[in-house]
Design a protein around this ligand. Sequence first.
Ligand code: GCO
Ligand code: MG
Length: 427
Amino acid sequence: MNAVSRPETVVRGLEQPWAAVGDLRITGVRAIVTAPEGIPLVVVRVDTNEDGLYGLGCATFTQRWKAVVTYVEEHLARLVVGRYPGDIEDLTRLARFSSYWREGPVGNNAISGLDQALWDIAGKRAGMPVHELLGGKVRAAADTYLHASGADIDAALSHAEELVDAGWRHLRLQVSQPGRGSYGSARLPGPTDPEAPYPEGWRVAEYLRRTPELFAAARERLGEDVELLHDVHSRLTPKQAITLARSLEPYRLFFLEDVLPPEHWDALPGVRAAAPVPIAVGELTTSMTDATRLVLGGGVDLIRSHISAIGGLTPARKLAAAAELVGVRTAWHAPGDTSPIGAAANVALDVTSAAFGIQEGHVYAEPVHKVFPGTLRIQNGWLVPNEQPGWGIDIDESAAARYPADLSGHDAWAAGVRGPDGGLIAP
Ligand code: GCO
Ligand code: MG
């Protein structure tokens, strides 16, 4: 057994624990924040002592991106600098255990950035795309869904028709309602109830009435073939969720998302058993424990994790394997607040997992492609992974610097959903 090289830069007690393969070492870990679409994206870059060999990983937690940067640069980097970058599992476990109180979205996003960067480095060293490191394809491409919405039902369906014409086979439909709290569609000006203590309050009764109307009109106008999805966005009680699901039965939804907030996920098995539509939950999972309980607990038909919020590719591939074993399907979260690196990690899972259900898609604006050369482009509704080594995506840091991030506007919206009585509603 050759002597273990113990470079000085590693935190005492965290030296390379076994003989590393050769002299390759991590020399730096730093976060890069950029907002080419106005949405703060966080990417971690891991540098090594091999000239030109570095990796990129997604650590995007839009609402608390400053905390993630601090976690990466002040806490995480020192734990892994000096280590051999091939020990991905050990390095991410060490990163998780080192905070003692582990899990949570800030730490998991930071660790995801490290994790996905190490997978990128592994692919570059092997000369293989990440999906081949994961065992290779079980499908050529990932089918995607996009968001269609409108201030009223007609506008939402006109948007949907445009996306069908552009090649999408799966559409998430959302429609506004008066007041401040509409999710996934434009805010309608004006009060819902001028006499109410909070005149712009979001009214659940109006939502429960308007949503089946939207889908009845959708089937009328779009026909039976298109797959229709809807995001409740954590707004209902278990009974309201069952009422909504039953009202939507005639319209054959592909999935009904986030029917309950995380605080009430224990009620999901009962809701799912009573709901005549597939239930998709999970973007709000902030630990592997949460996500695994959803997959194994009988509460979901599709798991929706934002994979950087559960720690990155390494945990998410285990979650996909668990889903495969129990007949749950994957539908990874990936709207605009997922970086192109994170989107590529989703697709690597999509094309290598038999549990694939659907992939949330986002059509990145051109500035994103300038900042992240190699960003995947959805073609006719399909996402095909790069065949380049690693992710096949780089970052142009000077371009990234042209889009400084401010504090995300989404947190103002997420803290601003109130009912007519003024009470805060889960966003
Ligand atoms: C979705 C999500 C998003 C979230 C957003 C939070 O299904 O895509 O619900 O729309 O609201 O990612 O930052
Ligand atoms: Mg959602």
